[in-house]
Design a protein around this ligand. Structure first.
Ligand SMILES: *Cc1c(COP(=O)(O)O)cnc(C)c1O
Length: 360
């Protein structure tokens, strides 16, 4: 077996090798304390320092103002689809949603269970091949917030600019958090499952403006209230210790390479290499409209499903793993998150050229 393959998996996804190496050490013996990281009390001085440091790193990297809380929760990004309307809406209240793919659709479904979701825009008819611009939709005036998914992992689309709205924005950033700079102030709440771009599965980061913590109805159970977790610094119950620790290590790595601005530059460069390849031929066809293209998930098709299967199988043999598209659209998808190395993108492009010559 090769030492390390190129892992194009959409999530859980590739992590920096130095983070994995450090985690392997710390799991066995944390900071030479004679105890492993995942054996320590979550209330120990050592672990509390891990949580504090992870939060501080996220605040620095994302420039998060003091009037936002940073929470480390469980239940995955999918639990947020329900927790958001449960805490911010409730019966008889409304929010507007942009339906730009599977994850948006699932959030709309949950919102309709506890409140009302107004679908302000949908790109479903064109297989979610684009995201809207501000002028393409109207937000229901009674909406408490406008909900969007910044990067549509499955379809390979992304908002290059966030919509302008007089409503606060609520955003699922599961697959592009920490990949580019943005101003958090128009957002009331931003959340992300860690396993795409910042760590392992098991923790969901929720960043919420503190005035929203008191909106929840009285009949909401304790664990489902953001305020419960905010008041206790994510320590109301046992938090996902290992996952939080890895997010902290990934943040340290990111800070060391120059922070989000430097990362964004690298991400733009990596994505451009792939899209240039796709645009240079009609053998490969991009799924996303050029103005909606994702810097994180590059989706494309070959002339036939048979060729796609052959492409994926040969690529896997050459150490280019995880290129199969999501079952809902088929085709191929190269997920090139923050930790995915530029060399892997160059190798994929070389493979694509070779494959095209052999099969066109
Ligand atoms: C993967 C993904 C989710 C689902 O995350 P879970 O942690 O598995 O619930 C939600 N939204 C987006 C944008 C995703 O990419």
């Amino acid at each position: 077996m090769p030492d390390r393959i190129y892992n194009f998996s959409p999530g859980p996804a590739t992590l920096p090798q130095e983070v994995l190496a450090q985690a392997a050490k710390d799991i066995v013996n944390f900071h030479d304390k004679g105890i492993g990281l995942i054996e320590m009390s979550h209330r120990s001085k050592e672990f509390m320092a891990v949580v504090d440091e992870t939060e501080a790193l996220l605040r620095r990297l994302m420039d998060i103002p003091d009037n936002y809380k940073v929470l480390f929760l469980q239940g995955g990004a999918s639990t947020q689809f329900a927790m958001i309307p449960m805490n911010l809406l409730g019966p008889g209240r409304k929010a507007s949603y942009l339906n730009t793919g599977t994850w948006a659709k699932k959030a709309i479904k949950e919102a309709n269970i506890v409140a009302e979701a107004h679908v302000a825009y949908s790109s479903e008819e064109s297989t979610f091949d684009h995201v809207p611009k501000t002028d393409d939709f109207t937000v229901d005036p009674d909406s408490e917030y406008l909900y969007l998914v910044s990067n549509n992992t499955i379809y390979g689309t992304q908002f290059a600019d966030f919509p302008q709205s007089d409503k606060m924005l609520v955003c699922d950033m599961s697959s592009d958090i920490l990949s580019r700079r943005f101003d958090i102030r128009p957002f009331g709440l931003v959340f992300a499952g860690a396993q795409k771009n910042m760590g392992p599965a098991g923790v969901t980061v929720v960043i919420i403006r503190d005035d929203l913590l008191d909106r929840a109805p009285d009949n909401l159970p304790t664990m489902l209230r953001y305020k419960t977790h905010a008041d206790k610094g994510s320590m109301f119950n046992t938090p996902p210790c290992f996952a939080i620790y890895v997010v902290g290590q990934v943040c340290k790595w990111l800070e060391k390479i120059g922070g989000v601005a430097a990362m964004e530059e690298k991400n733009r460069e990596k994505a451009a290499i792939l899209y240039d390849m796709i645009d240079a031929t009609d053998f490969y066809k991009g799924h996303a409209r050029p103005d909606s293209r994702s810097l994180m998930n590059v989706t494309f098709n070959l002339p036939s499903p048979e060729l796609e299967a052959e492409f994926i199988s040969q690529a896997t043999k050459e150490g280019l793993d995880g290129l199969k598209g999501h079952r809902s659209i088929g085709g191929c998808r190269a997920s090139i998150y923050n930790a995915f190395p530029r060399q892997g993108v160059l190798d994929l492009v070389a493979f694509m050229k070779k494959f095209e010559q052999a099969h066109r």
